[in-house]
Design a protein around this ligand. Structure first.
Ligand code: DSN
Length: 417
């Protein structure tokens, strides 16, 4: 087996599909809020011989031989995660954000225990207790919602709900809540009712790392995240916790819910965390948030309503019901994709349509900021989005926006070569 075996010769079908996907990413605007373009060094780390190695256990305590190099890599990922988020302990093995949440639940909850979390249609996540997910099947879940008129979480009503429900765990954090999460207030409620507090920062890891969003580490027993979104490291998940929970969390991840770690991804996490600790990363995250604010203002200026009136984060959640009552989220997603702007349909608070149809779209800025874009470009993108929403079936409009998107993509390439 030659190490230089060419991918395209070995498997032209897969190689061509991968090349086509790279072209798609290069020539369209990736605005799904959970997606990003990984730095080349992260991609390189993930495509290495580490994929060949089994290493059940943790650095220095493995079940298999030959772990000296992967021990070093995993320890670097752990140390950098602790430094990045100011945590006592980090477990970098979860294969995804959902696996990270599973690790925390398994560490301290029993089946049937009570969880209080944000509803999926109000911005929560499947793994926070949705009935279609293991979390909704194993645990007794009640959910809080955002206020219908403001789109904000009402923490007083969350506290009243917690006093009544007496949960074993309160989950804060979200996938589609555009406002800053007040982790300190949720932490105080959890303390009052004697519940664990899990803060899920999957979407905002990068913003927390640079202080652009409040850090929950001191207000939560457990913090979980995914590592490939705003923090732009290797694909997967992460758990941070107090020293006291180290053994329970580690045992819940392995052997509790996973087998061997994906060490190539752990290496990608280590590399990405190193880059996130560098000063340039702060400027990058500033452009994510400023870009999202500029986008919200542009859309709003055209009467396209951002839920809650704007954003504090990396995305805008648009409610189409007032500005475009006949356009569903699914139709908007399709028309925008035709124009080269890739977003996702999203339920909105008070949703009346199914999750496959929806009345909203979620529009994220992390990947555009990675391309180097800033507020001015996001204003332009906002104008392009409005043109498509106003005439989703007009081929000339969609084609003209597609041309403008192509020009922007060429001006701001993802990878220079
Ligand atoms: N799929 C991710 C998102 O888009 O929010 C979360 O898992």
């Amino acid at each position: 087996m030659s190490f230089d075996e060419s991918f395209s010769e070995a498997d032209p079908a897969v190689a061509e599909a991968v090349a086509a996907e790279r072209d798609r990413q290069e020539s369209t605007l990736m605005m799904i809020a959970s997606e990003n373009h990984a730095p080349p060094a992260v991609l390189a780390a993930q495509g290495t011989a580490l994929t060949n190695k089994y290493a059940e256990g943790y650095p220095g305590e493995r079940y298999y031989a030959g772990c000296q190099h992967v021990d070093e890599i995993e320890q670097l990922a752990i140390d950098r995660a602790k430094e990045l988020f100011g945590a006592d302990h980090a477990n970098v093995q979860p294969h995804s954000g959902t696996q990270a949440n599973m690790g925390v639940y398994f560490a301290v909850l029993e089946p049937g225990d009570r969880i209080l979390s944000l509803s999926l249609s109000h911005g929560g996540h499947l793994s926070h207790g949705h009935s279609a997910n293991f979390s909704g099947n194993l645990y007794d879940v009640e959910q809080y919602e955002v206020e219908a008129d403001t789109g904000y979480i009402d923490y007083d009503s969350l506290a009243a709900h917690a006093r009544e429900f007496d949960p074993d765990m309160i989950v804060s954090g979200s996938s589609a809540y555009p406002r800053e999460f007040e982790f300190d207030r949720v932490g105080a409620v959890a303390d009052e009712v004697g519940a664990y507090h899990l803060a899920d920062i999957a979407h905002i890891t990068g913003l927390v790392a640079t202080g652009l969003h409040a850090n929950p580490v001191e207000h939560a027993d457990f913090v979980t995240g995914s590592t490939h979104k705003t923090v732009r490291s290797g694909r997967g998940g992460l758990i941070l916790c107090d020293e006291a929970y180290t053994d329970d969390v580690d045992a819940a991840v392995f052997p509790g819910s996973q087998g061997g770690p994906l060490l190539h991804n752990v290496a990608g996490k280590a590399v990405g965390f190193k880059k996130a600790l560098e000063p340039e990363f702060e400027e990058y995250t500033r452009r994510i948030v400023d870009g999202a604010t500029a986008l919200a203002e542009t859309l709003s200026g055209h009467g396209v309503a951002p839920v809650s009136g704007g954003t504090d984060k990396h995305f805008v959640l648009v409610d189409l019901r007032e500005s475009h009552p006949d356009l569903t989220g699914a139709e908007a997603e399709d028309a925008l994709e035709e124009a080269g702007i890739v977003v996702n349909k999203n339920t909105v608070p008070g949703e009346t349509r199914s999750p496959f149809v929806t009345s909203g779209i979620r529009i994220g800025t992390p990947a555009l900021a990675t391309r180097g874009m800033d507020t001015e470009e996001l204003e332009t993108v906002g104008e392009l989005i409005v043109r498509v929403l106003d005439a989703p079936d007009d081929e000339r409009t969609v084609e003209s926006v597609r041309g403008a998107v192509r020009d922007l993509c060429e001006e701001y390439p993802v990878y220079d070569s």
